[in-house]
Write a protein that binds this ligand. Structure first.
Ligand SMILES: *Cc1c(COP(=O)(O)O)cnc(C)c1O
Length: 388
């Protein structure tokens, strides 16, 4: 199967190394960045920060967007904002980038790792419901873990590789138990859930603009929320909790230095202006891959090693297809393909190690993680920003 895949990829790229994802700078990036230098406003005070926030709020359809230094900081502040406190437990998926877990830990809370749905690869509402039924009780309006006695204050869903998770169902379970839903939308900028941009079902959502994401600011992130009071509180916390004053350094609580610099926001604004063409390129590549894998599955000489599933968006969603994903039938096939492709200069990657297997999160509670384990053993990300 690898040989056919290699010649298909090479038919689009020619010779040379093929990366997994590369940022594109085809618009106003240079002009805006140079403009910040010329203005001397390269740091956290500057017009591009506000412009980028307003443009992002408009693009995603949320009321408020707060630009911060990276996606992890966005998640950290989001969790603080919804009231996650020391000693709490926060439900999330084991199948996620480690930043989701780290942000929970920064609040001195513990992640509880539950399974994902096999099709969306995002947190499963059924898994959450089942686990809560067995392990949680509601006491004085709070959700309490019957075994640890800890408060379960929040639930973080992550839209894996840009494919939206089952948000309405998750929100319903969370509401039933008094748990606040937070969206780690770091990978899903441009992805729609039932026609609306991801990040609107949760009380708050976090975006990332790291170099490998749909758009980049070098490093950066953003918090999205429709809650005006929360937005104000989080912006305040992100700017060292400095009280507005013409000259005095007045801070009314322990804040964070998480505000996005103007230099990065300039890059971000230009990137956001070009997002439609970025998304269109992803869609076009998706169609190509889909055609190739369908043809492969239907070809006469397809041995079992050829039975590769190309992961498509769930039917209720419109995915940004940030990272293209295929699924093998076994770990052996997955490992063989990873070795062959990387040796041939075609960059491919397995999914992250399940967070509950990392040394610092090994003690955390989990359910059986059946789909998560299967996906970790069988899926591979393939080159996702080939320009046709
Ligand atoms: C990229 C990413 C983050 C963190 O973003 P940074 O900007 O790198 O801090 C968080 N969660 C997920 C799922 C991500 O993919």
């Amino acid at each position: 199967m690898f040989k056919q895949f290699e010649s298909f990829v090479r038919s689009m790229t020619g010779e040379g190394f093929v990366p997994l994802h590369t940022p594109q700078f085809n618009g106003n990036e240079k002009a805006y960045v140079v403009d910040t230098i010329d203005s001397t406003f390269v740091s956290s005070v500057g017009a591009y920060v506000t412009d980028f926030e307003l443009a992002m709020a408009k693009y995603t359809g949320v009321k408020h967007a707060i630009a911060v230094t990276n996606g992890t900081a966005a998640l950290h502040l989001s969790l603080i904002g919804v009231g996650v406190q020391s000693g709490d437990e926060v439900i999330t998926q084991a199948l996620t980038f480690v930043a989701t877990s780290n942000a929970i830990h920064y609040c001195q809370a513990s992640p509880v790792y539950l399974d994902v749905d096999a099709d969306t690869m995002g947190l499963s509402p059924t898994a959450v419901k089942d686990w809560l039924l067995q392990n949680a009780v509601i006491e004085n309006g709070s959700c309490i873990n019957r075994h640890t006695r800890a408060k379960i204050s929040a639930c973080v869903v992550m839209h894996t590789f840009g494919h939206p998770a089952r948000l309405d169902e998750l929100k319903m379970v969370c509401d039933e138990y008094g748990i606040i839903l937070v969206e780690d939308a770091a990978e899903s900028l441009g992805s729609l859930y039932k026609g609306k941009h991801t990040g609107q079902v949760g009380k708050v959502a976090a975006l990332s603009f790291n170099g490998n994401k749909i758009i980049t600011t070098g490093g950066g992130g953003m918090i999205l929320t429709n809650d005006s009071e929360l937005a104000q509180q989080l912006k305040h916390l992100s700017t060292t909790a400095k009280v507005a004053h013409p000259w005095q350094y007045e801070h009314d609580q322990i804040g964070y230095n998480y505000r996005m610099p103007n230099l990065n926001a300039a890059l971000g604004l230009a990137q956001l202006e070009g997002i439609e063409s970025e998304l269109a390129a992803k869609q076009e590549l998706t169609l190509r891959y889909k055609g190739f894998f369908e043809q492969l599955a239907n070809s006469d000489d397809s041995s079992s090693a050829d039975r590769v599933q190309f992961i498509e968006q769930p039917d209720f969603a419109c995915s940004n297809y940030w990272l293209q994903t295929i699924k093998f039938e076994s770990r052996e096939q997955q490992q063989a393909f990873l070795a062959q492709s990387n040796e041939a200069g075609i960059m491919t990657r397995p999914i992250w190690q399940l967070n509950n297997t990392l040394p610092m999160y090994r003690h955390c509670q989990t359910d059986e993680l059946i789909n998560s384990i299967d996906l970790a053993n069988t899926i591979v990300n393939i080159p996702s920003s080939i320009r046709l």
